[in-house]
Design a protein around this ligand. Structure first.
Ligand SMILES: Cc1ncc(COP(=O)(O)O)c(C=O)c1O
Length: 398
């Protein structure tokens, strides 16, 4: 660690609450590459946890931010601005007909989605939302109560009421959880923090039918798996079953904070004027960045690249992990992939970082890869070589 980092770490430790334990210092980034405080280069397969989906400092997004910050940064939602409606139109015309509520983070978008479900059920006395084991929906009190991974809730009791858990991909478990108080079902089409677990399409079709039959909202949390990550702009398009409401965040503005709740037309009048709001939701500055992000995804054919590179990585990773008995498999979709181990993924992740590749863990036993959607074949091959070398060194150390 260099001198700059030592000073920064000391200041961090003194003045920032110890809720984070950063592993290294990153000083700059471009595309799929970042550099640390000693100018060491890494390939970034974490993208700020699926935030910089276009890579770091994408030119189109950076110029849109520069241009907009000279013009108007924030005015509040008491006034119209010319950018945010254009962004909403772009999001809606890329998916299903409806309307958008803008927020600032994944948890805040999910809070909005939860409030919408409660308001939807209010007239009939229904308020319960079924969520899934191993899900992750955020750190606010309601989204924690919705989160299936119990470790995040520990120490923060009592849980917000109104959530029931079902097993993911288990239709009988879902049916058993539904009562006459249920108003919605909420799930991630591809669970991220839970361990890169894709939804089973046949299960999802049945969930859709059940929601129709019982007048329940089907709500997807696409905070991590949306914005192109699975090879389509929205994850529901990859799995082919349309929700009534979905939440997104992370990558919408390629690094500036934004969340969104996308509501299908039928439910657009559930929340009325004054019933939900957010001071910073959809500022002109962040909206300009998000619009530029969406335009770049389209113009630069990133969805096609994501599908192509995703298939390529999946094929190569599956083959190279075969010889190792401690690897149980490779799973995921598009550029949201995980190597599943039979023990903790933390040490392999560190080994990858020592060898120049930044990755993440997920669940207890998964090493997670979330590369930029415009990942080049050249960088993919370099990353694969690092993974192959790291696997061999790691296996030798066991
Ligand atoms: C699926 C999912 N939902 C919600 C969240 C929470 O998002 P945020 O940290 O922006 O509040 C996350 C964050 O990792 C997530 O992966």
């Amino acid at each position: 660690m260099g001198k700059i980092a030592e000073e920064t770490v000391a200041t961090f430790q003194k003045y920032i609450l110890p809720t984070y334990a950063p592993g290294m210092m990153i000083l700059k980034g471009k595309g799929s590459e970042v550099w640390d405080d000693e100018n060491r280069r890494y390939i970034d397969f974490a993208t700020g946890i699926s935030v910089c989906n276009l890579g770091h400092c994408h030119e189109g997004v950076s110029s849109a931010i520069k241009e907009q910050c000279e013009k108007l940064v924030h005015v509040s939602n008491l006034y119209y601005n010319e950018v945010t409606p254009k962004l909403a139109e772009k999001l809606i015309t890329s998916g299903y007909d409806g309307a958008v509520f803008f927020a600032n983070s994944g948890a805040e978008a999910n809070e909005g989605m939860i409030k919408l479900a409660r308001k939807f059920g209010y007239a009939t006395g229904r308020y319960e939302i079924i969520t899934m084991v191993d899900s992750f929906h955020g750190r606010t009190l309601a989204t924690l109560a919705a989160t299936g991974r119990a470790k995040y809730r520990k120490g923060f009791a009592p849980d917000v009421e109104g959530f029931k858990m079902a097993e993911f991909n288990n239709f009988e478990s879902l049916k058993a959880a539904i009562t006459d108080k249920t108003c919605a079902v909420m799930l991630e089409p591809l669970q991220g923090e839970g361990g890169i677990i894709p939804v089973d399409v046949e299960y999802l079709k049945k969930v859709r039918e059940l929601c129709n039959e019982k007048n329940l909202l089907l709500m997807y949390d696409e905070v991590q798996c949306g914005m192109g990550r699975t090879g389509n702009l929205f994850a529901w398009q990859t799995f082919g079953v349309q929700p009534d409401v979905l939440s997104m965040a992370k990558a919408i503005a390629n690094g500036l904070p934004m969340g969104a709740v996308v509501v299908s037309r039928k439910y657009c009048d559930v929340l009325k004027v004054g019933e939900h709001a957010s001071t910073f939701g959809g500022t002109p500055l962040v909206s300009a960045a998000a619009l530029a992000t969406l335009e770049a995804i389209e113009k630069e054919n990133m969805l096609e690249n994501c599908r192509k590179m995703g298939d390529y990585l999946m094929e190569k990773l599956t083959a190279m992990t075969k010889p190792y008995a401690f690897v149980k498999g490779v799973r995921g979709k598009g550029l949201m992939l995980g190597i599943v181990l039979d023990h903790s993924g933390a040490a392999l992740k560190s080994k990858l970082q020592d060898n120049g590749l930044i990755a993440l863990t997920a669940g207890e036993t998964v090493v997670r890869f979330l590369p930029a959607l415009n990942l080049s074949k050249e960088i993919a091959d370099e990353a694969l070589a690092i993974i192959e070398k790291s696997l061999a060194e790691y296996a030798a150390s066991l």
